[in-house]
Design a protein around this ligand. Sequence first.
Ligand SMILES: [Zn+2]
Length: 345
Amino acid sequence: MGARDRDWGPGAGRAAMEPDCKRRKMEEPADPPWEALLVLPELESQEIELTPAYAAPVLLRTETSRLVRELSAARPLTELPHLKRVRAQGGTQPLEVLLCPAGPLPGASRTLAELLPDGRVDVRGLGEPFLVQVPARAPLTRPQFEEAARHWPTAFHENKRTSQALAGRLFTPQDKAAMGAHMEHAVRAARRGAELGMVPAGAAVVDPATGQVLAVGHDCRNGLHPLLHAAMVCIDLVACGQGGGAYSYLDYPACSFLPPLPGDGLPYICTGYDLYLTREPCVMCAMALVHSRIQRVFYGVSSPHGTLGTGYRLHGRQDLNHRYEVFRGILEGPCRRLGQEPAAR
Ligand SMILES: [Zn+2]
């Protein structure tokens, strides 16, 4: 770990970085291997929303390309640009062509003359129109695409990174080893905080560009301030390392930070950094992470009032001006056992 040959700032505890796991190793049961599971943002995790549209069978197959051409000119699918115009139901079934959206209050059956009254489409070759439920918006993930395509053929611009993450192929074994080591810092801090009567939650901030651990902290809500949850402590410790910070952690040696090297350009608090949290953060902490421009959050276990997957998904909202990636499940076993362990003294 590169942090070892650097000086730690005031209030920093080198001891925080020393393994205290030796005495625990013997009593801990072997944990099953953990997986980093992508926590999808809201839109990506929702079920595909459907909207009614009118379609009609193409009874004269030779008319298909003309019908598609005329429909595209007269009834462009402006609101449903992700939908293909034609679908093949397979076998001896006729092709079906999408005529137009049905609007919010679709009536009962409509005739071709009612739906295409202006004569811009020669309806020769078309059968009786019918209502069909089609995907209301473009799919964002492969599972959404597969669901959407069951209703009507849909275009899909795959986000390779999301697909890799969903398939569990985003991280190499080396990545996972580093992630586990970073979470170990958070777990150890949580244990040391718990020994001082704190809520057993820990956090660590890492610069993924260098692998350096910039700050390690534990929940201080029972000590310094009721709002100093582990994530808030860690953000404040990063700020301390940048010459700011609101609190002094002298009484909590497991809360430590690494000042940047002279000449380092200072980012906006946590820009580009990774945060490791033993458990899913609350809404205050998740919003603080939006404000501090964190890049990725890795947490161990979900929590009942969590807002990065459990209650809300604050990390990927289109109406906030910063979004970050979230993965859960890192060192799940040790994170789950925090607070359930016998006191070390
Ligand atoms: Zn919190």
